[in-house]
Ligand binder design. Structure first.
Ligand code: NAP
Length: 455
C-alpha cells in the first residue's frame, strides 16, 4: 500500500510520502541503538518530566492533532479530540506510576538479599493500525519509554501525518534524539527489522494475518511479541437489564469510531422476552444517527477509512444476506456522495451456520441474535474464534457472576461498554491476540524481569 494521506470523506489524495530506503532505515536503527545506550541510564524522574511535557503538548494542541486524524482516517472530529485527551492521560498515568511499577521487589529466600529487578530491553518495534492513530501509539509509547526502552514506529500506511506528528511531539517534549522514531515503511519491511539483533521485541495492533506474520518473523528470532488483534465482541442483554441504558450504550458501542474499533460491540445477544423491544429501540437509535462530514460537530458517523474497507464490509453484508440474514436497516454503501460512507446497518435472523456469525464487521453493522436464556447467550458469546472484550447487561447477581466466570474474553464489562482505561490491563485471548497493554501489566511486557540473589 502506498504511504499517503487520502481524505476518506472525499476520496481526495492530499499527500504522498516516499518510503525510507534501506540506508535510511539502517541509519535510524543506529540512532535508536545509540540513544538506548544512554537513555536506559536516565532516571524515572527525568523521563517523567518529558512524559508530562508530551501530555501538555497533546492537551494544548489537541485541535491540530485531531484535525490530522480526521483528515487521514475519517473519525468524527469530536471523537478525535477525545482521543488526543486520552493520550495525554496515558502519558501522565505512566509518568506518575512507572517508578512504582518497576521498583525492585524483595523476595525472602535462603539468600542474604534476593529481589526482582526490572530492566529495559532496548529497541521495541511498534506496528500500529490507523483506527485510533494516536491512542494506539501512545498506549505503547508511554509505558515503553518510561521503562527505559526506545521505540520505532511502523504506522499504518494511510496515516503518515499522524505518525510524523507523534514523533515530533516526543521530540518537542524533550526526549533525547533517537528515543522514538517513525519509520515510513511498508509492511514488507517488518520481517527484516525483526531480524536485526538490535530490535529486541515488537508489539502489533491490527489484523490476524499481520499479527501472525509478525509473530512468525519474531519467533524465528526468539523475540517477544504482544499482539492486539481483531474481535467480534458480544453484547448480552438479559431480562432484568435496564433496557433504555442498554440500547443507548449498544448504539454508542457499535458506532464508536465509525464502527471501526476492535472492542466495538458487534454481536447483540438478547433474550427472547425483551428482544422485540430491544430491536425496535435499536432500530430507532440507528436510524436517528447523523451520517456525514466528520469535521462537522453534529456528525455521529463519518466515512470508513478506505475504499477497500467499504468494499469489504459490503461484501460481508451481502454474504450474510445470501446465507439467510435479514437487513433491518442500511445494507448498502451510500452512493449519493463521494467518500467511503456506509449507513448504520442491522442484520437479524443469523443462523449459527451463517459464516458471518463468526466474522468481525469492521464498520457500522450490528448483528442481532435472539436467545431463550443465559445458557444460550453465553454459548453464542463464546462461539467465535475471538476473545477480546464482552459487555453484558443484567441486574441479577447470580447471572452477573456466571457471565464474569464463563465468558471467554480478555475483559468483561457488566452494565457498561467495553473501553480501555490506562488503569486497567487491556488485551485479548484466543485469536484476539496475547499479552496486555496498559496498567502495571502493560509496562511489564517489555522489560527483563531479572532475578538477583546475593549471599
Ligand atoms: P492491518 O492491515 O493488520 O494493519 C495494521 C498494521 O500492520 C499496519 O501498520 C500495517 O501496515 C501492518 N501490517 C499489515 N500486514 C502486515 C504484515 N504482513 N506484517 C507486518 N505488518 C503488517 O490492520 P487494519 O486493517 O489496519 O486494522 C484493523 C484490524 O485491527 C481489525 O481486525 C481490528 O479489530 C484490529 N485492531 C485491534 C485492536 C486491539 O487492541 N486488539 C485495536 C485496533 C484494531 P500497512 O498499513 O502498511 O499495511
Amino acid at each position: 500500500m502506498a504511504i499517503a494521506t487520502i481524505n476518506p470523506a472525499t476520496g481526495e489524495l492530499l499527500k504522498t510520502f516516499e518510503p525510507l530506503n534501506d540506508a535510511e532505515i539502517a541509519h535510524k536503527l543506529d540512532l535508536a541503538q545509540q540513544a538506548f545506550e544512554k537513555y536506559q541510564k536516565i532516571s524515572f524522574q527525568e523521563r517523567s518530566v518529558w512524559m508530562q511535557k508530551a501530555a501538555d503538548i497533546l492537551e494544548q494542541e489537541k485541535a491540530d492533532f485531531a484535525k490530522i486524524m480526521t483528515l487521514e482516517m475519517g473519525k468524527p472530529f469530536k471523537a478525535a479530540i477525545a482521543e488526543v485527551e486520552k493520550c495525554a492521560l496515558v502519558c501522565r498515568y505512566y509518568a506518575e506510576h512507572a517508578a512504582e511499577f518497576l521498583a525492585d521487589v524483595t523476595v525472602k529466600t535462603d539468600a542474604s538479599h534476593s529481589f526482582v529487578k526490572y530492566q529495559p530491553l532496548g529497541i521495541i518495534l511498534a506496528v500500529m493500525p490507523w483506527n485510533f492513530p494516536f491512542w494506539q501509539v501512545f498506549r505503547f509509547v508511554a509505558p515503553a519509554l518510561m521503562a527505559g526502552n526506545v521505540g520505532l514506529l511502523k504506522h499504518a500506511s494511510n496515516v503518515p501525518q499522524c505518525a510524523l506528528a507523534i514523533e515530533e511531539i516526543i521530540q518537542r517534549a524533550g526526549f533525547p534524539t533517537g528515543v522514538f522514531q517513525t519509520l515510513l515503511i511498508g509492511a514488507a519491511k517488518v520481517a527484516d527489522l525483526m531480524s536485526d539483533d538490535r530490535v529486541k521485541a515488537a508489539t502489533l495492533t491490527g489484523s490476524e494475518p499481520a499479527g501472525a506474520s509478525l509473530a512468525a518473523a519474531s519467533g524465528k528470532q526468539i523475540k517477544k511479541t504482544v499482539l492486539e488483534l481483531g474481535g467480534s465482541d458480544p453484547f448480552i442483554v438479559l431480562e432484568s437489564a435496564d433496557l433504555e441504558a442498554a440500547v443507548t450504550t449498544a448504539t454508542t458501542a457499535r458506532m464508536l469510531n465509525n464502527g471501526q474499533s476492535c472492542i466495538a460491540a458487534k454481536r447483540f445477544i438478547v433474550v427472547e422476552t425483551i428482544a422485540d423491544k430491544f430491536e425496535k429501540l435499536l432500530l430507532e437509535k440507528f436510524q436517528a444517527l447523523k451520517v456525514g462530514n466528520p469535521m462537522e460537530s453534529e456528525t455521529d458517523l463519518g466515512p470508513l477509512a478506505t475504499p477497500d474497507i467499504l468494499k469489504e464490509i459490503d461484501q460481508q453484508v451481502q454474504a450474510g444476506v445470501k446465507n439467510g440474514a435479514k437487513v433491518l436497516t442500511g445494507g448498502h454503501p451510500l452512493s449519493d456522495r463521494p467518500g467511503n460512507y456506509y449507513p448504520p446497518t442491522i442484520l437479524t435472523d443469523i443462523s449459527p451456520e451463517n459464516p458471518v456469525a463468526q466474522e468481525e464487521f469492521f464498520g457500522p453493522v450490528a448483528m442481532l441474535f435472539r436467545v431463550p436464556d443465559i445458557d444460550a447467550a453465553i454459548k453464542i458469546a463464546n462461539s467465535t474464534p475471538f476473545g477480546l472484550g464482552a459487555s453484558a447487561w443484567t441486574t441479577n447477581s447470580q447471572e452477573r457472576d456466571r457471565l464474569i466466570e464463563e465468558i471467554e474474553a480478555g475483559s468483561v464489562f457488566i452494565n457498561g461498554m467495553v473501553k480501555s482505561d490506562p488503569r486497567l490491563p487491556f488485551g485479548g485471548i484466543k485469536r484476539s491476540g496475547y499479552g496486555r497493554e496498559l496498567s502495571i501489566q502493560g509496562i511489564h511486557e517489555f522489560v527483563n524481569v531479572k532475578t538477583v540473589w546475593v549471599k
